[in-house]
Design a protein around this ligand. Structure first.
Ligand code: GRF
Length: 195
């Protein structure tokens, strides 16, 4: 049987993309990464080059169908589409065509600290300002909203009085790197029954 295929979308340093590559390489994920799709030159692209993985940098364009078609072609037939720090909002048609196959990792315990403006360090600042004593990360299915799709799994991090937003970000990111490959492998073995 041919290997299942994952497409990764990322716009950042790519540490979650790298943890997926590592998990594929050491057999924790039994699949191959078909390609990386990104919306900008970023660390994830450097990693794709380093690991010899195909990558596509979508051009900035006002024609919203241009990138939609490219994205759809690249994802056609893929078993799982993983948003790992992808900053562009996915086109609703794309989300509806690939419904149930697109997941996202978010660095908070959704539904808390999700939605517009909740990205990067802002999330951890908001967690501290709200006086939370626990935070973490969430993997969820992507729907047409921002960070609103059904939750799949979460990992938890204690907030200590010594934490600032950056230390919290680091602690949460460490948990993301454990959670994401685990959920990806779980879904790859269970998705045929889900979708
Ligand atoms: C992660 O915190 C992820 O949860 C969020 O964006 C960040 C991407 O980090 N969606 P990296 O580029 O994988 O290091």
């Amino acid at each position: 049987m041919s290997k299942q295929e994952i497409v990764v979308l990322a716009s950042g340093t790519g540490s979650n993309f790298k943890c997926l590559v590592d998990a594929v390489n050491d057999g924790r994920i039994e699949a191959r990464i078909r390609c990386l799709i990104t919306d900008r030159e970023c660390g994830a692209v450097d990693l794709a080059k380093q690991y010899n993985i195909s990558y596509f940098v979508l051009p900035k364009t006002n024609d919203k169908h241009q990138n939609l078609n490219v994205q759809a072609m690249l994802c056609h037939g893929a078993d799982l589409i993983v948003c790992a720090g992808y900053l562009s909002i996915l086109n609703p048609s794309f989300v509806s065509v690939f419904k149930g196959k697109i997941i996202n990792i978010h660095p908070s315990l959704l539904p808390k600290f999700g939605g517009r403006g909740m990205y990067g360090i802002h999330i951890h600042q908001a967690v501290l300002e709200a006086g939370e004593n626990e935070t973490g990360c969430t993997v969820h299915f992507v729907d047409s909203g921002i960070d609103t799709g059904p939750l799949i799994d979460q990992a938890f991090v204690k907030v200590s009085s010594l934490d600032d937003a950056y230390s919290l970000q680091k602690k949460v990111l460490d948990q993301e790197h454990i959670l994401l490959p685990k959920v990806v492998q779980y879904l790859l073995t269970h998705l045929p029954q889900i979708s």
